[in-house]
Design a protein around this ligand. Structure first.
Ligand code: ZN
Ligand code: ZN
Length: 298
């Protein structure tokens, strides 16, 4: 997995004329907690800042009207996006060791940004720019969920989240341009690049795993989540023992039953609901062979 791009803002030089209860102020306190080496407190405060802005403030509130010198190009100027960026960066940072188990509340909060989740606060992103901002947050959330799934060794889920992020981006012209604008667009473009790389790597690993299994004489799986047992990998015997190791390989992708191409999600044979195909053409061409062992789903 490529290194996590983790860069905290150092905005203490900015003059703030806010009361302590605004989203900006809570965000500042989160940054302070981070600097003071209190990650749990920082994580909580990032969430508070995000909630505060999404529920009570203008979601497009900006931290600075004019970008101060030294602020990196991928730093959004919208406070909400800034807080979200650092919140996700925190969850992605392996050194922090935040997982679904160690930070369940943060994980649940992050999951509530999946596009199909029933998040009431999404309704507050009404303008065109607001809609765009929401999409950026969702993409970053999906990417982060993918990394967390990958860390938890759930390759199939990781691949699925990455794919969802890329699909969401594909519907957005501002994110498919080669030269994204400074700020929000550049931030998400960077996330998308990493997402694409991570997904590509998962597919490549599936291919090399399959090759390994083939050489061992094991029939590999065609579908995601299909766990293939790697039998009796013999470990060097010592002192008269013959340790036997049982391993397993889980695929992150489906493999077309005809042409062998791999992808996160494919259409399936409507009869057995199991055999994956990249499209109707392959399915049709494969029917003669597949019908011999196509068992109708119950
Ligand atoms: Zn195919
Ligand atoms: Zn079938």
């Amino acid at each position: 997995m490529p290194g996590v791009n983790y860069l905290h803002t150092r905005l203490s030089h900015l003059e703030l004329t806010t009361t302590m209860t605004t989203g900006i102020a809570i965000f500042q306190n989160a940054e302070k907690a981070y600097m003071e080496n209190n990650p749990q407190k920082a994580l909580d405060l990032y969430q508070k800042a995000i909630k505060r802005i999404m529920q009570k403030e203008n979601v497009l509130t900006v931290m600075f009207a004019q970008r101060p010198r030294g602020v990196p190009n991928d730093m959004p100027s919208e406070t909400l996006a800034m807080a979200f960026r650092n919140f996700c960066g925190f969850l992605r940072d392996p050194a922090m060791n935040f997982t679904e188990a160690t930070a369940p509340e943060a994980y649940k909060f992050l999951s509530s940004f999946r596009p199909n989740s029933e998040n009431k606060d999404f309704a507050r992103f009404t303008s065109t720019r607001g809609q765009f901002l929401l999409k950026c947050l969702q993409i970053s959330a999906l990417m982060t969920l993918g990394i967390l799934a990958w860390d938890a060794k759930d390759r199939a889920k990781a691949a699925k989240r990455y794919k969802e992020a890329l699909e969401l981006a594909a519907s957005e012209p501002l994110l498919t341009t080669a030269k994204p604008a400074v700020g929000l667009e550049t931030w998400v473009a960077q996330d998308l690049r990493e997402t694409r790389d991570n997904l590509r790597m998962l597919v490549q690993n599936d291919e090399s795993n399959e090759e390994m299994l083939r050489m061992m004489g094991v029939q590999g799986g065609t579908t995601r989540r299909e766990e293939v047992v790697v039998p009796n990998v013999r470990v060097e015997a010592r002192e008269g023992n013959t340790p036997i190791q049982q391993g397993s390989v889980m695929s992150a992708t489906d493999k077309c039953g005809k042409c062998g191409i791999r992808d996160v999600k494919m259409s399936r044979c409507s009869r057995c609901k199991k055999m994956p195909y990249c499209g109707p053409k392959c399915q049709k061409e494969d029917w003669k062979t597949h019908k011999l062992n196509c068992v109708p789903a119950a």
